[in-house]
Design a protein around this ligand. Structure first.
Ligand SMILES: C[S@@+](CC[C@H](N)C(=O)[O-])C[C@H]1O[C@@H](n2cnc3c(N)ncnc32)[C@H](O)[C@@H]1O
Ligand code: SF4
Length: 353
């Protein structure tokens, strides 16, 4: 068909339909580009949305890797600086305590440390033994440990429960019996040190790693403990700078007044310098100590020490670990900085028993 033979009207229609076609193609391309872009950004958003809960869970949620369960506040000693005092006599029923321990294990707990008060006091250590056995045998926790003043431990306990225990820490602030008496680290006139040495032998005999905790305060600040610590050869010697906690050992509502025990950072450093030859020494200044422990009280509430007192969360038995732990005040970075994660299963320690 020749253009000259086409009527102007038809020619106009042809032009309009061609332009229409070009625009239609153009718009369809634009639509597919924007749809693609939208799809792309939507999938990027959804990918971000998919990954965000995990990422933020990893980043924000604290894992209760290592937990200190102060299941009782009662004690037979009267250490004048004590920062976990007998404000209640409550202890959970065993099955409830086990339920809480299982919740912690399901949330990532690897190490449990039983503390107090004096953990061997309740039911003469049987309650503690049953929890230790449950944590090792049923929950298969890599590390189960206890901190005790050592005065209530009997050999029978090791025979029954020793297999399930990785580490036993005994607190000893002085190798001078009179100083222990002055501090209140004693029951009546009984020797604290005799117990310490006896337990050291049992730990060797029943294959439990032996540890020592010492609180450095105005009464023992001048002491040199090198010889005795080297002889006792603990896997770790934790050396704490005496810490004040409002409502526990300082302030109005407190059951102890520990101000007279407090030492300066410089005094603490001098003590550390004097013992620099002791390789198992692990120092813990007030700064390192304050927020680097996950502490559960007798109701299984996390205790937040950020404000210099122990503010409780709700119980993990009521709201679960994830919700309660948000109120723990736990500083995970400081936990790692103070060496909170170490070789804590006795199976990995390669000890000479
Ligand atoms: C509260 S006690 C409970 C366990 C046990 N009754 C004992 O004394 O080992 C746990 C640890 O905290 C330490 N401790 C107590 N009061 C302290 C304080 N004011 N500053 C630093 N550590 C303290 C104890 O010496 C012990 O090693
Ligand atoms: S620090 Fe002393 S008073 Fe406090 S719980 Fe331990 S043994 Fe008892």
């Amino acid at each position: 068909m020749q253009l000259s033979s086409v009527s102007p009207k038809l020619l106009l229609q042809l032009c309009i339909s061609t332009i229409h076609c070009i625009f239609a193609r153009f718009f369809s391309k634009v639509c597919s580009w924007t749809a693609g872009a939208r799809r792309g950004s939507a999938s990027a958003v959804s990918a971000a949305a998919d990954s965000k809960p995990n990422r933020s869970e990893d980043q924000d949620a604290t894992t209760p890797t290592s937990v200190n369960y102060h299941f009782t506040r009662k004690c037979n000693y009267k250490c004048g600086f004590c920062f976990h005092t007998a404000k209640t006599s409550f202890v959970l029923p065993l099955e409830e305590a086990k339920r809480g321990l299982k919740l912690l294990k399901d949330s990532g707990m690897e190490k449990i440390n039983f503390s107090g008060g004096e953990p061997f006091l309740h039911e003469k250590g049987d309650f503690l033994g049953k929890m230790v056995q449950f944590c090792k045998q049923d929950l298969q926790l890599p590390s189960v440990s206890i901190v005790s003043n050592g005065s209530m431990i009997k050999e029978k306990w090791f025979q029954k429960y020793g297999d399930y225990l990785d580490i036993l820490a005994i607190s000893c602030d002085s190798f001078d019996e009179d100083t222990n008496q002055l501090i209140g680290r004693a029951q009546g006139k009984k020797s604290h040190l005799d117990n310490l040495y006896k337990i050291r032998t049992w730990c060797q005999q029943y294959k439990v790693a032996f540890k020592i905790n010492s609180v450095i305060n105005t009464f023992n600040i001048e002491e040199d403990m090198t010889e005795q610590i080297v002889e006792l050869n603990p896997v770790r010697w934790k050396v704490f700078q005496c810490l004040l906690i409002d409502g526990e050992n300082a302030g109005e509502a407190a059951l102890r007044e520990a101000e007279r025990f407090v030492i300066s950072d410089q005094q603490f450093q001098e003590f550390l310098d004097r013992h620099s030859g002791v390789s198992c020494l692990v120092p813990e200044s007030n700064e390192k100590m304050r927020n680097s422990y996950l502490i559960l009280d007798e109701y299984m509430r996390f205790l937040d020490c950020r404000e210099g007192r122990k503010d409780p969360s709700k119980s993990i038995l009521d709201v679960g670990v994830k919700e309660a732990i948000c109120f723990s005040g736990f500083d995970e970075k400081m936990f790692f900085k103070r060496g909170g994660k170490y070789l804590w299963s006795k199976a990995d320690m390669k000890l000479e028993w």
